[in-house]
Design a protein around this ligand. Structure first.
Ligand SMILES: [Zn+2]
Length: 184
């Protein structure tokens, strides 16, 4: 099989553009030094992930994924400074509904702080806070993590492992994509 992308689906919303990149092979982009692959990844694995907890994840993306039979992972946080604005960001009940609909709810820190700017105790506090929110809404403790801003740091792996995380996703711009994250 070709290792090139098999398809690219683009979902546009009024406020944000999401690129859902369906890769036929996961080894698609330069791997950041902190992305250590400790276990083999199955061939042709496809993972759809969505970051930042924007409201269109609940109103547009999740219904589309359900319609076409896809799973997905939503890396949520309380994105500053407008998390309270529910025209922009999901409420926790909406995040809970993603879990109840069978999607994975995962950690993107509580306040979208870049891990290379945090001490290990600060990073742990961010993880603890989002896990506490999940517990409040009866969402299982996250076991996967996405690095805000794609910034990584070697000590973050130690903290994540100690906290019981199985997988952490960074990111990079691939030749066929626009800038990987577009905030408002
Ligand atoms: Zn983010």
């Amino acid at each position: 099989m070709s290792s090139t992308f098999t398809s690219v689906a683009v979902a546009r919303t009024s406020q944000r553009v999401f690129w859902l990149i369906v890769a036929g092979w996961l080894a698609m982009a330069p791997i950041a030094s902190a992305q250590v692959l400790r276990r083999p990844i199955p061939d042709k694995l496809v993972v759809l992930t969505f970051d930042d907890g924007v409201v269109s994840h609940a109103t547009v993306v999740a219904p589309l994924l359900k319609k076409y039979g896809f799973g997905g992972t939503f890396f949520v946080c309380e994105f500053p400074p407008d998390f309270a604005d529910k025209t922009k960001y999901m409420s926790w009940p909406q995040i809970q509904q993603l879990h109840q609909a069978g999607f994975e709810v995962a950690s993107h820190t509580l306040t979208h702080r870049h891990v290379n700017k945090l001490t290990p105790p600060q990073f742990k506090a961010e993880l603890d806070s989002i896990e506490k929110r999940c517990a409040t809404y009866r969402i299982p403790k996250p076991t996967t993590f996405a690095y805000p801003g794609y910034d990584t740091h070697p000590t973050s792996l130690v903290v994540l492992q100690a906290q019981g995380y199985q997988f952490a996703r960074a990111g990079a711009a691939a030749p066929t994509t626009p800038p990987p994250t577009t905030h408002f």
